[in-house]
Write a protein that binds this ligand. Structure first.
Ligand SMILES: Nc1ncnc2c1ncn2[C@@H]1O[C@H](COP(=O)(O)OP(=O)(O)OP(=O)(O)O)[C@@H](O)[C@H]1O
Length: 341
């Protein structure tokens, strides 16, 4: 096993004395793509800032290539770069924004060719954009300049904090493909925080789930929020829309959040019925995907207004034909739902 590029140990980060991030242990492998998923305020940006070594954790440590690193150490400053949701360009031309990091590192004299290459990677024609001022760019163009300013450094680690949250669709596509290109071409490790779970699952080797500042797992998981409704005989339900109700175990309280592992669901074959201990719901397959990290096959199943991720058992594959648009019945045992108070 290679040495992880990051190893987090017993980390606690606080704001005004309140812990906002607690991670006992997390490793990120070199040249891998790690996704960070979680609702607003779950600690994704805080974790990225710590991985960028712009701040020191209040407790615990982050080892970089096996060694502890202090904020702004040369060992990390020249290797790790963070792209935030807002581009924060300097008040100068596009060319001068992109070349800045190279000059700070004393890496080139005439950097024209490498700067132009970086611009091309993010879909900015150097002829058109090199001499534009920072103020003469759209939001999507500005974000692409900010990314080019990082790619030109061929960084060991590129941290992306919701890089496409406030840009147009075309810029978003260019930002995504240019980022993935960095891993392919230079073996750059990527850590991506995003609310776009589908994208994360498509491109990441592993996705860390954060919830209220805690790591709740790595891998796919279904997260359902209340309200929960009591039914007959002690059963509780979640309304999923289109008159579909999903039976759940008794929630600990009204605002509890349910975590349901994809393996909790099983897709019934044509001739199968749920067992007496199982509940069931009907839905439609909208997507099939293979998780790189585990090699498991997952189906996205649309149930009412929700999409549930379901792990497809290998033993079942032969007995089922799953296609986009295929109606399926999911069986599950409600007591296997995990609750987070
Ligand atoms: N500078 C700060 N001062 C005080 N509290 C902060 C500060 N920055 C973040 N927090 C708090 O820390 C917690 C984690 O915030 P963080 O921005 O890391 O979450 P996030 O998962 O990135 O959220 P989002 O998806 O909305 O960007 C939140 O409760 C937030 O209010």
């Amino acid at each position: 096993m290679t040495q992880p590029i990051y190893r987090i140990e017993n980390l606690i980060q606080r704001y005004h004395g309140r812990p906002v991030l607690t991670i006992d242990r997390l490793e990120i492998q070199p040249a891998s793509i790690m996704g960070l998923a979680g609702p607003n305020g779950s600690g994704k940006s805080t974790l990225l800032k710590l991985l960028a070594f712009t701040a020191r954790p209040d407790e615990g440590q982050i080892l970089f290539n096996g060694s502890p690193a202090a904020p702004f150490d040369d060992a990390v400053r020249f290797q790790v770069t963070l792209l935030t949701q807002e581009p924060y360009l300097m008040k100068r031309t596009v060319f001068n924004n992109i070349v800045y990091g190279l000059r700070v590192r004393g890496q080139c004299g005439d950097c024209t060719a490498v700067v132009h290459d970086a611009m091309t990677l993010v879909g900015l024609d150097p002829e058109v954009f090199a001499h534009r001022q920072w103020s003469e760019l759209s939001g999507g163009e500005a974000q692409r300049v900010a990314l080019a300013a990082r790619l030109v450094l061929k960084p060991l680690v590129l941290l992306l904090d919701e890089p496409t949250a406030s840009v147009d669709a075309a810029s978003s596509e260019l930002i995504r493909s240019a980022s993935l290109n960095a891993r392919r071409e230079w073996g750059t490790t990527l850590v991506i925080a995003s609310h776009d779970r589908e994208w994360l699952y498509d491109v990441c080797d592993e996705v860390a789930q954060l919830f209220k500042g805690r790591l709740t797992g790595t891998g796919r998981i279904n997260t359902l929020f209340g309200p929960w409704e009591p039914g007959d005989g002690g059963t509780w339900y979640k309304r999923l829309g289109n008159e579909t109700r999903m039976a759940v175990s008794k929630p600990p309280h009204a605002d509890a959040i349910a975590f349901i592992e994809p393996a909790v669901f099983r897709i019934l074959t044509k001739d199968e019925y749920p067992a007496a201990s199982e509940a069931s719901i009907r839905g439609t397959v909208t997507r099939l995907s293979l998780e790189r990290h585990s090699g498991f096959l997952f189906a996205d199943v649309r149930v009412g207004a929700f999409t549930l991720v379901v792990r497809v058992e290998e033993a079942h594959l032969a007995a089922m034909t799953l296609h986009h648009g295929w109606p399926v019945t999911l069986a599950y045992r409600p007591e296997r739902i995990r609750w987070q108070p």
